[in-house]
Design a binder for this molecule. Structure first.
Ligand SMILES: [Zn+2]
Length: 232
């Protein structure tokens, strides 16, 4: 973010670079293939988001699209991601500074077969608890955006039925780390389920986790949840 003479916070070159870097990492880490998935970040009343149909390997920061938090166009060198309504809904629902949407394999598999990703491991507490699955709706629609908005209540991530996953964070880096955590948890659930019926954490155990995080200062600004290495 950067301040301007009129006091407004605008999308900075650094934020653009972080969005491009994240989009390229999504491909390199196997969380998306081709041009699927998308990344956005917020600076004040502006949202910077990846464009539609542009290969991330050649994506340049100047090709990112900037819109207002209300969706009004500000700078559109290319067509913005078709999932812009979903990103805007995430910013309306949460205090997020960034949103990462992937089609990562295990998260999508769980979203296809399950009604939620349950508390399979204590680190799901970094995402706010068991992850809801948004009922299927066509990509890019207001219906999908509204479903995501509801699923993100008190959560830093959500699954999209027959579609993929969304993670939010204070920064692009934190949102991305949460997207990776969500995929890891989904894979753990998949693998555990093949061994038998996985034991799930109770609400009391998750509450104890949250209290312990507070006690050892995880979850503070110097070690934000989702970017810190899990304790233990
Ligand atoms: Zn998608």
């Amino acid at each position: 973010m950067s301040g301007t003479a009129d006091g407004a916070v605008r999308v900075s070159d650094e934020l653009r670079a972080a969005v491009v870097d994240c989009a390229q990492r999504m491909v390199a880490d196997g969380l998306v293939i081709g041009t699927s998935g998308n990344v956005s970040a917020r600076a004040g009343d502006e949202i910077v988001i990846t464009p539609s149909g542009r290969g991330y390997d050649k994506l340049r920061p100047a090709e990112l699209c900037v819109v207002g938090v209300d969706g009004r166009p500000i700078d559109l060198p290319l067509r913005p991601s078709s999932e812009l309504p979903m990103h805007l809904a995430a910013y309306q629902q949460t205090a997020a500074g960034a949103v990462v949407h992937t089609h990562s394999m295990f998260a999508t598999a769980v979203a296809t077969c399950c009604r939620a990703l349950p508390a399979i491991h204590y680190t799901i507490g970094f995402l706010g608890g068991p992850i809801r699955v948004v009922p299927y709706a066509t990509f890019g629609t207001g219906e999908l955006a509204e479903g995501l908005r509801m699923a993100l209540a008190d959560r830093h991530g959500a699954l999209l039925q027959n579609h993929g996953a969304v993670a939010v964070g204070q920064s692009v880096e934190q949102a991305y780390e949460r997207a990776r955590l969500l995929e890891w948890l989904a894979e753990l659930y998949y693998r555990s389920s093949r061994l038998g019926s996985p034991r799930l954490l109770s609400t009391a155990e998750l509450d104890a986790f949250t209290a312990q995080v507070t006690a050892v200062s995880y979850g503070t600004n110097d070690r934000p949840p989702g970017t810190a290495s899990p304790p233990g």
